[in-house]
Design a protein around this ligand. Structure first.
Ligand code: NAD
Length: 288
């Protein structure tokens, strides 16, 4: 079997073009879509993610602003930054880059993350956003799960009536994606670190999503011939290369379609974030 490589970069570029056109239309109506990112601390990976978001926003005609706070910042200062962005009509989307500095307690981090106004929650992480998703009335879709669903659609993968196995149950990827697959009429199994016989579970799947964070966890021999594999994992190998959670070379010739790492799900996450910012600005322009 020839395995089709799903080109997430190309699909993400298409979505970014669409966002650019919508941002231009908003600007013509006097609304400049605005995204504020709150970055506290000096985590190198977070700084890179935020730079990428700033650059992508600019390219799409979105006004990006990053509030940079030191690693010894107190919770009140971060909360004040969130509240200023909440009150600013020029800011349509807000995100707090995680992880927050280690000096902040779990309760403080939770309070900060939950201080974002629901109509500006472009990450879709607030309890109210997650609750609406669960009820099938999503407000903002969390970006990585939304990106996965777009990739399935663009690759023409049938979801309704098929068996999907999601590896990983995090609140930002595994759980919300399971609900989106369910809403698209898949029969969904969520597997996690305590699931026995993972290989047997994966072998049942027509669609496998790996969102674990363990390089090469999913072996080629676990896959049903023709399965569609979405590899969400991003793992850095000792030699500096990035790799996913699926043994990519082993999957070739068995899977019907697969997303590579890098160049698969990753580029979709930022594109879906920009889509959400535009959506928030469109809603604001309509007076919602
Ligand atoms: P997480 O650490 O919050 O969750 C990992 C999940 O994997 C947990 O639910 C755990 O139960 C499960 N797990 C751990 N070991 C397992 C095993 N042996 N078998 C089955 N399940 C196991 O991680 P996360 O935030 O959901 O991220 C998962 C991966 O996806 C990471 O590599 C992360 O870097 C990547 N990620 C990528 C994007 C993207 O844009 N492509 C976005 C978010 C996360």
């Amino acid at each position: 079997m020839v395995t089709r490589i799903i080109d997430g970069k190309a699909v993400a570029l298409g979505l970014r073009d669409e966002v650019r056109r919508r941002a231009l239309a908003l600007r013509e109506r006097g609304v400049v879509p605005g995204l504020t990112v709150i970055l506290a601390g000096d985590d190198a990976a977070s700084a890179t993610y935020v730079r990428n978001k700033e650059r992508a926003a600019l390219e799409c005609g979105i006004a990006g602003r990053t509030v940079r706070l030191p690693s010894d910042v107190d919770a009140l200062t971060v909360l004040r930054a969130v509240e200023e962005a909440n009150a600013d009509p020029g800011v349509h989307g807000i995100l707090v880059q995680l992880p927050l500095p280690a000096g902040l307690s779990r309760a403080e981090c939770q309070e900060i993350e939950r201080a974002i106004a629901p109509h500006k929650d472009v990450d879709g992480f607030l309890p109210v956003s997650q609750g609406l998703l669960l009820l099938g009335q999503p407000s903002f879709l969390p970006c990585t799960p939304a990106g996965c669903m777009r990739l399935l659609r663009s690759a023409g993968i049938e979801v309704a009536g098929r068996r999907a196995v999601v590896l990983g149950r995090s609140a930002i990827v595994g759980k919300p994606l399971s609900h989106l697959l369910l809403a698209a009429d898949a029969t969904v199994t969520i597997a996690h670190s305590k699931t026995p016989d993972l290989a047997d579970v994966v072998r049942q799947a027509d669609i496998v999503v790996a969102a674990v964070g363990r390089p090469g966890l999913v072996r080629g021999a676990w896959l049903k011939p023709g399965v569609c594999v979405l590899d969400v994992g991003i793992n850095r190998l000792p030699d500096g290369r990035l790799t996913g959670d699926v043994a990519f070379d082993e999957a070739l010739g068995i899977a019907g379609a697969i997303t590579p790492v890098p160049g698969g799900v990753g580029p979709m996450t930022i594109a879906c974030l920009l889509d959400n910012v535009c959506l928030a600005a469109e809603r604001a322009a309509e007076g919602h």
